[in-house]
Design a protein around this ligand. Sequence first.
Ligand code: CU
Length: 263
Amino acid sequence: MMNSGYGYGQAGASWLVMALMVLAFWSAVVGLLIYLLHRGQARPDRVRPVSNEAEQILAERLARGEIGKEEFTNRRKALRVGRGKWLNRRTSIVIGVTTALVLSGFSLGAFGGGSNHSRFGFPARSTCTSPNLSGAVVNVALIDMGGMMFSGPMRLSTDQTTVSSGTVSFLATNYGSRTHELVILPLSNSQIAGDRPVGGDGKIDEAGSLGEASNTCGDGAGEGIAPGASSWVTVTLAPGRYEVLCNLRGHYAAGMYSELTVS
Ligand SMILES: [Cu+2]
């Protein structure tokens, strides 16, 4: 019960931003294609004649001296007007908007499918049944926008930014489409969350880790939290500043970190 309903607050808002970004991306792509298409149509010499019959007659009349060169050019121009305009402006807009929406839907649907998912694309709840966790419980949402086409932003958000010192449990739920994990590290006075140097392996130095939840449907360390699943860990924290993060390759640099204050 402790986890029910979580994920619609910050996670929902993040998802909306991601959805809008995907929509903007596809709108730009489709818009550009339509623009190029119309630009191509605006050049008569690039339009392939649909039928040569009429122009042939014109050419014959020119040859016979029935019409002059200027009239020939004008008449041919008149014949070519409208050719290739199989898309008028209104049709273009309708097709463009529809295509952008459909493509966005497919991109987002890549991680929103499944019967376990809410209407926002997030799992309505974790596929795991977590035990009753002791101490202050921090719910952590692991989010990514892993569409079919590109890897989008990743986020890690906690449902509280300050907890009391002592026993603290973390329940990390993966609302994304990729595997994630949760690692707890202390922050020194001068350190800022998100500022740790990332090594050549795309990871940060985990030395001094106070614990991690990376075990699908289990506690402690494991192989990572599968999409839709949770992992949990209980640690003892002294007052101070901490950083909770995902240290899978490239995820920290992509934005999966959050600061936590223990008072
Ligand atoms: Cu991650």
